[in-house]
Ligand binder design. Structure first.
Ligand code: ZN
Length: 119
């Protein structure tokens, strides 16, 4: 049976949109060239600005997968919203978001609900 075209499966990944720009999330082997930095060192997540693709090692699981995904999404958001900072600062922001982002928004959501109940 011929498979129907699935826009969510383009290049074997998942498409998503940030600020009207289409991005693709692709899982690759930990040993893929896509997870090699320009200095030769290896990583488990990479955001490619040219192809608008985030590559993640396919063996990531649980909280670490969540952290790597959120970190790479931060880079994609910076690119799609033209938020410029030097790369060292962007790495700090991406790590902060990946580590504390969910907790910040959970507390904000809870406080907003309480504030709305009072109003
Ligand atoms: Zn990074």
């Amino acid at each position: 049976m011929e498979r129907a075209f699935c826009p969510l499966c383009l290049r074997g990944g998942k498409l998503f949109t940030i600020n009207n720009e289409i991005w693709n999330l692709v899982k690759v082997s930990r040993y893929s060239d896509m997870l090699q930095r320009s200095d030769g060192s290896r990583t488990v997540g990479m955001t490619d600005r040219d192809t608008k693709t985030i590559y993640l090692a396919d063996d990531l699981r649980g909280k670490f997968l969540d952290r790597v995904l959120c970190h790479e999404l931060c880079h994609a958001f910076c690119l799609s919203y033209n938020v410029y900072m030097d790369i060292d600062t962007e790495e700090i922001v991406a790590d902060f978001l990946a580590t504390y982002g969910r907790e910040v928004f959970e507390i904000a959501d809870r406080l907003l609900i309480e504030l709305m109940e009072v109003a």
